[in-house]
Write a new protein. Sequence first.
Length: 243
Amino acid sequence: MIARAIDVAYLTCSSRPISFDSTRRSRSLGAVGRASAAEQESPAGRKRANLWACRKEKVKLPEYTDRHGRPFCIGDFLRHPSGVQALLNSRALQGLESLGPDTYRCTLQKIQFLAFEVAPVLELRVNSTSEDCTVEMISCKFEGSELIKGQNKLFSAFMRNHITWNAEHSSEPSLEVDVNLSVSLEIYTQPFSLLPAAAVENPGNLIMQGLIDRLVPLLAEQLLQDYATWVKMQKEAPITRRV
């Protein structure tokens, strides 16, 4: 889901005479969205536009019990390999590689853009506890022609997906998905360099927000479906061979 948003941001900005800026911003997403044109000047004097989008989705969390009547916890699922694959949407990936504890390289399906073939590669960190789960992007780059690879020196993005739940001691158990995505762009060619950064930020933010608004509910729905499938497998597995 997040990878799809990165794809759209990349293709949208690549269709304009601008280039990605590789300087990662340490400020919060809200501050990024409110930065003034003066604050967005790069050391070289070029303006920098910051695109960002966020969405929270709260859904009802089904309650399941095992063969002994003990309740299942979605936190156990998200810490299980099946849960990690669900979080990373492994079915939509061209490749998934473990880089170490809780860190993964996700290679997306190649996409065509004009005369170029682009293969996005993300490195993500998954941190799951009994109370919440966080998926955070460590890096994002694009594989393809030398021209496409050259954009990696100028590209910067940040993503965080925080999932929480209140299954215990609640009359209405729920799951909340909170996604934040930001992309940093450098504006370097005319006429865009003569315009305020908002001339790029406003339409870019609308596109990204619209995409996030559509995809986050789908993410929550798919996660619950995968959770239900995992619970069924647990119930059907022999006691001596828990999946």
